[in-house]
Design a protein around this ligand. Structure first.
Ligand code: 17E
Ligand code: FE2
Length: 410
């Protein structure tokens, strides 16, 4: 198959791509062969597939069931979820995750890192997600984080549940230091999680300091252990919203450690602008970590959706476009280059976090996985909210959309 006249990753000169056996064979000016299938993109934007680097698939599509989160805080969300967890079962999870994965696929996402709540003595969600990961692998690569929603030290048998989840096949070890009962538990939970990951050769992704408390300093422990255990970029700190409230003198000191540790960050602008600042009057904190400053220091940051219609977020549609759009506003990253390159927050940067760079990207000899947007470049795509015209995975089309037509009658 030959793809002609693609604008690859905003490069103005149009290029062609030949795909054979599900692999990118040639990229550049390619001579058409007789009898070859040809798609002429006429200058449309071609990107590597989008990546969801942070979502909770097990909780998606449960908003209001059995109760709505009235305060809009993270903590009430955890209480609502705890009630919903009581009636969790395999079929319920399979039905919801199958729907959400298709929503994502329609929006050009082909890779998902999902956190899965393991503070459940029967590990129902973990078992269901492991099955779904295998069943869906031809259309979606799913990475599973064993996520201790109600704590490792503060939940009965929390350490053993984490060990069991890792034995069962979780790819990534999680933690939630700001939810543990005490600061000591918080540090011990991180020591436990990072040592376990080092022993079992797993990645780490911590829900870290997702609170408006400037004294919440799980991040320095995560970064120190990442450095000392030699885990480095296998470790990710998600949310880190307390960094929004840290004083600048502390952040200056912290940045040195963060750079040395080489850990990744994931910010979730839609959800954290909604959950954070809830105890503020005015001015209200935005609740998103210091994305612009982290990127300026050369630290890897990606953006995630976090939730789709669940106790922590009553909206969401599986499109990362809104995540990027709001993120650029709230992080004040609205310079021309920042807008143009912002797709990297949901593609290349996320690929580094997920450790999938060996099979990701528009490069000869890599799997022919890519998306085409109905836009000239990513700036244009953001403004128009452009649809994903095609999503190809290993050379096979797995989703397509038709742009809707709008008529103005004057
Ligand atoms: N659980 C949590 O601790 N934090 C979140 N943002 C979500 C679930 C969505
Ligand atoms: Fe999360």
């Amino acid at each position: 198959m030959l793809i002609k006249n693609a604008c690859i990753e905003n490069v103005e000169t149009l290029n062609d791509i030949r795909i054979e056996d599900g692999i990118f064979k040639e990229i550049g000016k390619v001579i058409e062969k007789p009898d070859e299938d040809v798609i002429d993109l006429k200058g449309k934007l071609l990107l590597p597939p989008f990546i969801e680097s942070h979502v909770h698939l097990d909780t998606c599509l449960t908003a209001g069931d059995p109760v709505w989160n009235m305060s809009g805080t993270l903590f009430e969300g955890i209480e609502c979820w705890s009630k919903r967890k009581e009636k969790l079962n395999r079929e319920d999870i399979r039905e919801r995750v199958n729907r959400v994965v298709r929503m994502y696929a329609a929006n050009g996402i082909q890779f998902i890192r999902t956190h899965v709540d393991i503070t459940d003595p029967s590990l129902t969600a973990m078992k269901a997600l492991l099955e779904l990961k295998e069943e869906l692998k031809d259309v979606m690569e799913i990475q599973i984080v064993a996520f201790p929603q109600e704590g490792i030290l503060s939940y009965p048998n929390g350490k053993q549940l984490m060990i069991d989840a890792v034995e069962m096949g979780a790819d990534v070890v999680g933690a939630i230091p700001h939810f543990e009962f005490t600061r000591e538990y918080s540090v011990e939970s991180l020591d436990f999680a990072l040592k376990l990951a080092a022993d079992k050769n797993k990645l780490v992704d911590v829900h870290c300091d997702e609170i408006d408390d400037e004294a919440s300093r799980g991040l320095e422990t995560v970064a120190t252990r990442a450095l000392e255990l030699g885990l480095y970029d296998k470790v990710t700190a998600s949310h880190t919203t307390a960094m929004h409230s840290y004083n600048n003198a502390y952040v200056l000191r912290l940045m040195r450690l963060l750079k040395m540790s080489r850990i990744n960050f994931v910010a979730n602008p839609l959800v954290n602008t909604h959950l954070q600042g809830r105890i503020d009057t005015y001015p209200k904190r935005r609740g998103v970590t210091r994305v612009k400053e982290l990127l300026a220091e050369g630290i890897n940051v990606s953006f995630g959706h976090d939730d789709i219609y669940d106790p922590w977020y009553p909206m969401g549609n599986g499109s990362l476009r809104d995540v990027v759009f709001l993120g650029l506003h709230v992080c004040q990253m609205m310079g021309y280059e920042e807008i143009m390159n912002s797709y990297k927050l949901i593609s290349h940067n996320a690929a580094k976090t997920l450790h999938i760079c060996d099979h990701y990207g528009i490069e000869v000899s890599k799997p022919a996985s890519f998306i085409v947007l109905d836009a000239d470049n990513y700036y244009d795509a953001l403004i128009k909210d452009a649809v994903v015209l095609y999503s190809y995975r290993n050379g096979r089309k797995i989703a397509e959309n038709t742009p809707s037509e709008r008529k103005v009658l004057f």
